[in-house]
Design a protein around this ligand. Structure first.
Ligand code: PXP
Length: 243
């Protein structure tokens, strides 16, 4: 059954809006796990705009399931990841101007650095996943660099409307196949919501969906535990009816 990774960065974003101590993303992670999250995902950015070093340390100590650290290929961040040893690292591009991660990592243009970072993380027994656009050449480049997994960027699918939804879904489904053919674990994420998750979850084979904004948004009204429970239910049902 595909797992749910809950991205808690947005809780830290609210905290940082006031530079105070609440809401605490570490607390959010506990609540998410109590709601059934299989994985907690956080992004330690170079500029520390939301998640802090303190959060990363405490998450490592308190998360009971899988801990997934989103990170760039930056040297300082790689050193922190090697020290922290999350279960998994998801390698993403990062730029200061973006509101959130925009495109996938260019595994072709960054092949040498990606290979070196993957090796450095493997030395610490960290599973390495590359966040890529659902393009065959990017998926095989991630494999060639030694990555264990890819997370397929579902942003195009999430943003598509009308006749564009079908082809965007097809690209994700094909990405899943290509990942499998390359012997990779395949995850998906970005822009997934309560409304658009089920067609993606019905593509069998995904190991994990990483979802942040939609879950945190719903948590404002129903609480984190319930928000996670509802998303889990949608994923489980979609998987069950496709098998
Ligand atoms: N996966 C990756 C690699 C991301 O960068 C993000 C955003 O931080 C997500 C998943 C979650 O995206 P969203 O917040 O749109 O659910």
């Amino acid at each position: 059954m595909a797992g749910l990774g809950v991205n808690i960065d947005h809780v830290a974003t609210i905290r940082q809006a006031r530079r105070t101590v609440e809401p605490d993303p570490v607390w959010a992670a506990v609540e998410a796990e109590l709601g059934g999250a299989d994985c907690i995902t956080f992004h330690l950015r170079k500029d520390r705009r939301h998640i802090s070093d303190r959060d990363a340390r405490l998450l490592k100590q308190t998360v009971r399931g899988k801990l997934n650290m989103e990170m760039s290929l930056d040297e300082e961040i790689v050193a922190i990841a090697r020290d922290l040893r999350p279960d998994q690292a998801t390698l993403v591009p990062e730029s200061r101007e973006e509101i959130t991660t925009e495109g996938g990592l260019d595994c072709l243009a960054n092949a040498d650095r990606l290979r070196a970072v993957t090796k450095a993380l493997h030395e610490q027994n960290i599973v390495v996943s590359a966040f890529v656009d659902p393009e065959p050449s990017q998926i095989s480049a991630a494999r060639d660099a030694g990555c264990d997994a890819v997370e397929l960027h579902t942003g195009n699918y999430a943003n598509a409307t009308g006749d564009d939804v079908g082809p965007a879904w097809e690209a994700v489904a094909e990405g899943m196949e290509v990942g499998f053919e390359n012997g990779l674990i395949v995850h998906a994420g970005h822009g997934l919501t309560y409304e658009n998750i089920q067609p993606i979850a019905s593509i069998l084979g995904f190991e994990e969906f990483n979802i942040g904004h939609s879950i945190v948004s719903r948590a404002v009204f129903v609480g984190m535990r319930e928000a996670v429970r509802e998303m889990k239910r949608l994923i489980d049902r979609a998987v069950l009816f496709s098998e």
